[in-house]
Design a protein around this ligand. Structure first.
Ligand SMILES: NC(=O)c1ccc[n+]([C@@H]2O[C@H](COP(=O)([O-])OP(=O)(O)OC[C@H]3O[C@@H](n4cnc5c(N)ncnc54)[C@H](O)[C@@H]3O)[C@@H](O)[C@H]2O)c1
Length: 388
C-alpha cells in the first residue's frame, strides 16, 4: 500500500448486492473499500473482481484488516455483525433496518416481538457503547437534500412542527427474500416505512434540540396493516408483486404521537405503480415544506419506444421506459447516499455522533414494532417503549 492509501479509513463491506453497490459507488475519497464478504462465494468474488478489492470468506475473516464494517446484508444478520464489529473495536455502518424480530410471525405474538426487539436494541446500545465505537445508521432519507433543507429551516426559524406526513411505496420488492419474516422482520412497514419514519423522527429530534435543547421523541402509535394482494377479491393484472411466503403487510398506515403532543402519519406499501414514491411533507406553525426524495422532478424524459432505452437506468421501480419518465439524474445526491457516507466518515474523524446515529435507529425500530402491536389490535393506541 502507498502512504496515501494507508492513511485512509479502511472499509469492509458485508453483502455484495444492491446496497453494497451504492455504498461503494458513493464512498468518499478519504475512505478505501478494501474488501467484501457475502453469503455466496460467486457473488463476493464477482463483486471483488469488478471493484479491485479482496473477497473474504466471512465478516470474522475481514475484521482484522479494516477500521469500519459496512453492513449491507439482509436485516436478520445486522445484529450479529454489529456485535462482532464492536467486539473487535471496529466502527459500524449499518443499512436499514437496524434490527428486528426474525422468528415465525405465526408462532410469536406481536407483543413478544416488541419485547424481543427492545431487549435486542438495549444489548446493541450497551455493547456498542462499551466498545467505544461509532455506529452510523444508514437512513439515507436523513441525508436527502430536501430533508437537510428542512432541518436548516427548522433550526434557523425555531419552527414548531405540528404535523408531518410521509410515504415510501412502490410495486413490490423483487428480492427473493422479501416477504420472508425470518429474514426481513416484517413487510412494508419495516422495509419501506422505516425511511419516511426515520426522516420524521430525525426532524422532530432536531426541532426539540433547536427549541428547548431536548429532542422530541415518539410516545405512541396507532397502525393498520393489510395484505391487499392476498385478498381473494384482488385482481392481479401482473404489475404488482404478489405471493409472499409469509403473511406480511403490503399496505400500512401508522399515526405517531410525539411527546410534545404533535403528530405524524406515514404510509408504506407495495401496491403503488409509477416508480418509487418517496416524500415527507411538513406542516409547521411558520412554514410548510414538501420534501421529495423520488421522483424529484428535475428531469422529464420522453421516450417514444421502449427498446431504445432498455439499457438505460432512469428511475427506480419504473415498469416501463416508454412515454414521459421523471428520470433521476443522480440518486447518490437526491436520495442522500453520498452525504450519509460523508457524514459517517467525518463523525469518525471528529469523534462526534453522526446525524443518523444509534439512538435514532433505536427509536425507529421500537416505533415500528409498537406499530405491529397496534396493527394486530386493529389500530389501538400503543406506547412506544423507551430504553431510558
Ligand atoms: N437505504 C436504501 O435505500 C436501501 C435499499 C435497498 C436495500 N437496503 C438495505 O440493504 C440491506 C441489503 O439489501 P440488498 O437490497 O442489498 O439485498 P441483496 O439481496 O441485493 O444483497 C444482499 C447481500 O448480502 C449477502 N448476504 C446475505 N446473508 C448474509 C450473511 N448472513 N452474511 C454475509 N452476507 C450475506 C448476500 O449474499 C448478498 O450479497 C438490507 O438491510 C436492506 O434493507 C437499503
Amino acid at each position: 500500500m502507498t502512504p496515501e492509501t494507508t492513511s485512509k479509513l479502511r472499509i469492509g463491506i458485508a453483502g455484495a448486492g444492491f446496497a453494497a453497490s451504492f455504498h461503494l459507488e458513493n464512498m468518499p475519497p478519504e475512505a478505501q473499500v478494501i474488501g467484501v464478504t457475502s453469503a455466496r462465494r460467486e457473488s463476493r468474488e464477482a463483486f471483488a473482481a469488478s471493484h479491485g478489492i479482496k473477497a473474504y470468506d466471512s465478516v470474522a475473516a475481514m475484521l482484522d484488516d479494516i477500521d469500519v464494517l459496512d453492513i449491507c446484508t439482509p436485516p436478520s444478520s445486522h445484529s450479529e455483525y454489529i456485535l462482532a464489529a464492536a467486539k473487535a473495536g471496529k466502527h459500524v455502518i449499518v443499512e436499514k433496518p437496524l434490527t428486528g424480530f426474525f422468528g415465525s410471525p405465526t408462532e410469536f405474538t406481536k407483543g413478544q416481538m416488541l419485547q424481543s426487539v427492545a431487549d435486542e436494541v438495549r444489548r446493541l446500545r450497551e455493547e456498542v457503547g462499551a466498545a467505544g465505537v461509532t455506529l452510523g445508521y444508514a437512513e439515507n432519507f436523513v441525508y436527502a437534500p430536501s430533508i437537510q433543507k428542512e432541518r436548516e429551516i427548522v433550526e434557523k426559524t425555531k419552527a414548531q412542527l405540528l404535523r408531518l406526513q410521509g410515504e415510501e411505496s412502490h410495486n413490490g420488492s423483487h428480492s427473493p427474500v422479501y416477504g420472508v419474516w425470518s429474514v426481513q422482520g416484517g413487510g412494508a412497514l419495516i422495509a419501506k416505512g422505516c425511511h419516511p419514519l426515520g426522516a420524521i423522527l430525525y426532524l422532530k429530534r432536531k426541532e426539540g434540540l433547536a427549541r428547548t435543547g431536548q429532542p422530541i421523541r415518539p410516545v405512541a402509535v396507532s397502525a393498520r396493516a393489510h395484505s391487499i394482494t392476498a385478498k381473494p377479491a384482488f385482481e392481479d393484472k401482473g404489475f404488482i408483486r404478489t405471493g409472499y411466503q409469509d403473511p406480511i403487510e403490503d399496505y400500512c398506515v401508522m399515526h405517531i404521537v410525539f411527546d410534545d403532543g404533535m403528530v405524524a402519519d406515514i404510509t408504506a406499501s407495495d401496491i403503488v405503480l409509477g416508480g418509487i414514491y418517496d416524500y415527507v411533507e411538513v406542516f409547521a406553525n411558520n412554514h410548510r415544506t414538501r420534501c421529495r426524495m423520488s421522483p424529484i422532478n428535475v428531469v422529464d424524459v420522453y421516450n417514444p419506444k421502449h427498446e431504445q432505452f432498455q439499457d438505460l437506468y432512469l428511475v427506480e421501480k419504473i415498469s416501463s421506459n416508454e412515454g414521459w419518465i421523471p428520470a433521476s439524474p443522480d440518486e447518490g445526491w437526491s436520495l442522500g447516499y453520498r452525504k450519509e457516507l460523508e457524514d459517517f466518515l467525518a463523525a469518525l474523524r471528529e469523534g462526534r455522533p453522526p446525524e443518523s446515529d444509534l439512538e435514532l435507529a433505536i427509536d425507529i425500530t421500537l416505533t415500528i414494532y409498537a406499530g405491529y402491536v397496534s396493527a394486530d389490535d386493529l389500530g389501538r393506541e400503543t406506547p412506544v417503549p423507551r430504553l431510558d
